[in-house]
Write a protein that binds this ligand. Structure first.
Ligand code: HEM
Length: 505
């Protein structure tokens, strides 16, 4: 335990700690700065919701984040901007090789996006507004006062809809989240983390704190002797003679993901000869959970008395299902969080560790191919959009097509090691965990590899016989927009809102 670390929750934006689940109505806005002075004035008094536990719980919430273009529009000095991570500065759509790695090719390519696809021209500000049932219009009017209207130009209102606690394909969502170990009770030492734990060091999500490596991720550190405005920022933990613009903030990734709900259900219906039971089973196997949220992987043997159903449904790893007989190896859930520890399951004891460390004695492909999960967790805060369409209606040939999907949002202290890694090395990979010719059955693209090998299969191992292959999956999810943002702590927001001094002041 690191005694010196305690969290100033009143300096963190609430969304880092709470999902605002009870605030069912939302409005996500993309803005550009229209008048710098007015924007600064509005930001300095913005009613941003903090991560404190309040009773009664707030009836509304406001969170705010900036793209690198937004920080530049607010005249942040380049000498400070260069302290942010490379991928934040480059942006989600700013580099062809990044787009390729994220699967943003073909119909997913940034040139087809509704927003955020023009390199170097990302929306400046992302504003997330939350309210209880029926309360969002009033909250919008309160937040978007005359000064706001002078300060910002509204580019897009990202659609969001309350369809309950499911995502548009109809599966229970928001069940699994990493638990942030705010008090650093769990060791991050390599030798003590053989097996999966859902507890993760705060520095994986909150900038300026030690992460699972015991290190800090990129964010600007400012010398207060050169920049007097920085004096009120928190000290940098690594070097208290510097001020930390990132501390208590986070990087926010947002992607608008269109879901072809009739396309998904009609495909699984066709593949299962329109047998409703088999259809449910195939769909669940592609996700890794039943529609109700029950996991396909066996729950951990040791049950905890009094545990909530939601937590019970999350109390599993894939140790009891190493060959994917229950939950296929390529299922969405298994890819985005393989729940691995630092060493494969059967590696215990010094000799076994040494053999593994030097790469000897591997018997199964999945023993070596999946990186330790604790370095690649995502805090998900997305919301769905579009009209509800039940699977039973979606299979009908005249099922209404509509814009439906997910405003996928994830928070983390390293965009490249968390969101980009999960998206690229796990979801889009056609060799994840020893699988072949397939990518994520839900969110994967289906383009063949460069040498022509197909990637549009979904394979299920079968203890009773040969692999069951489902071929020619269409692409069910298409990217409509996206961007990388910095969500500052409250003191950092004041720094951003203050007029900067000239370079070298
Ligand atoms: C429209 C696109 C998507 C759909 C329909 C979808 C659907 C789901 C569903 C139904 C679950 C199970 C609920 C839960 O465990 O909380 C889930 C879990 C999850 N998804 Fe997705 N997802 C989508 C996109 C993504 C993307 C783009 C990522 C990351 C790159 C991602 C990462 C995760 C993670 C980390 C989990 C939790 C897994 C676990 O901890 O066991 N998802 N998703």
């Amino acid at each position: 335990m690191k005694d010196e670390i305690f969290f100033e929750f009143d300096d963190l934006q609430a969304i880092l700690r709470f999902g605002h689940g009870k605030l069912t109505d939302t409005c996500f806005l993309l803005l550009n700065v229209a008048d710098v002075a007015a924007a600064r004035q509005w930001l300095s008094a913005a009613p941003v919701t903090r991560a404190v536990t309040a009773q009664p719980q707030p009836e509304t919430a406001l969170q705010i984040a900036f793209s690198v273009e937004g920080l530049r529009a607010l005249e942040m000095k380049e000498s400070i901007i260069k302290g942010f991570s490379d991928e934040f500065i480059s942006g989600m759509s700013g580099d062809e090789s990044r787009s390729r790695r994220l699967g943003d090719v073909g119909s997913n390519a940034p040139e087809h996006w509704d927003w955020g696809g023009e390199p170097g021209r990302a929306p400046h500000v992302l504003l997330l507004l939350y309210a209880g049932k029926g309360g969002i219009e009033f909250w919008k009017k309160t937040v978007m006062d005359p000064l706001f209207s002078k300060a910002f130009r509204q580019l897009h209102i990202l659609p969001t809809d309350d369809i309950g606690s499911i995502e548009p394909f109809g599966f229970a969502d928001g069940l699994s989240q990493p638990a942030i170990d705010w008090q650093y009770l769990q060791s991050t030492d390599l030798h003590e983390r053989d097996s999966f734990s859902n507890w993760v060091a705060p520095g994986e999500f909150v900038l300026g704190y030690p992460n699972e490596y015991g290190l800090y991720t990129s964010r600007p550190l400012i010398d207060p002797r050169i920049d007097r405005l920085a004096a009120r920022l928190p000290n940098a933990a690594e070097d208290p003679s510097f001020k930390d613009l990132g501390r208590n903030g986070s990087y926010l990734v947002i992607r608008q993901l269109h879901q072809d709900v009739p396309g998904f259900w009609q495909f699984v219906d066709r593949m299962t000869g329109s047998d409703p039971e088999k259809r449910e089973q195939l769909a669940a196997r592609m996700v890794g959970r039943q529609r109700s949220g029950s996991p396909l992987a066996p729950l951990a043997a040791r049950d905890i008395p009094g545990i909530l159903q939601k937590d019970r449904d999350n109390h599993f790893t894939y140790e009891l299902d190493p060959r994917g007989y229950r939950c296929p190896l390529g299922a969405h859930l298994r890819r985005v969080n393989p729940r691995t520890g630092d060493f494969p399951t059967r590696v215990t004891g010094l000799v076994s560790r040494l053999l593994k460390t030097f790469g000897f004695g591997l018997k199964r492909p999945d023993e070596d191919l999946i990186a330790s999960t604790r370095f690649h967790r995502l805090l998900r805060r997305g919301r769905p959009y579009g009209p509800l369409l039940s699977p039973e209606d979606a299979v009908k040939p005249d099922a209404p097509a509509a814009e439906r999907g997910l405003q996928f949002i994830s928070l983390g202290a390293s965009i490249s090691r968390q969101f980009e890694f999960v998206q690229n090395a796990w979801s889009m990979s056609s060799t994840f965990g020893g699988v072949q010719q397939e990518r994520d059955p839900l969110i994967g693209i289906r383009q063949p590899l460069r040498h022509g090998e197909a990637t549009d299969f979904f394979n299920q191992t079968d203890p009773k016989g040969p692999m069951q292959k489902t071929c020619c999956l269409p692409q069910f999810v298409t990217v409509r927009g996206g961007g990388y943002f910095f969500m500052p702590g409250l003191r950092a927001l004041q720094y951003i809102a203050a007029a900067p001094m000239t370079e070298g002041d």
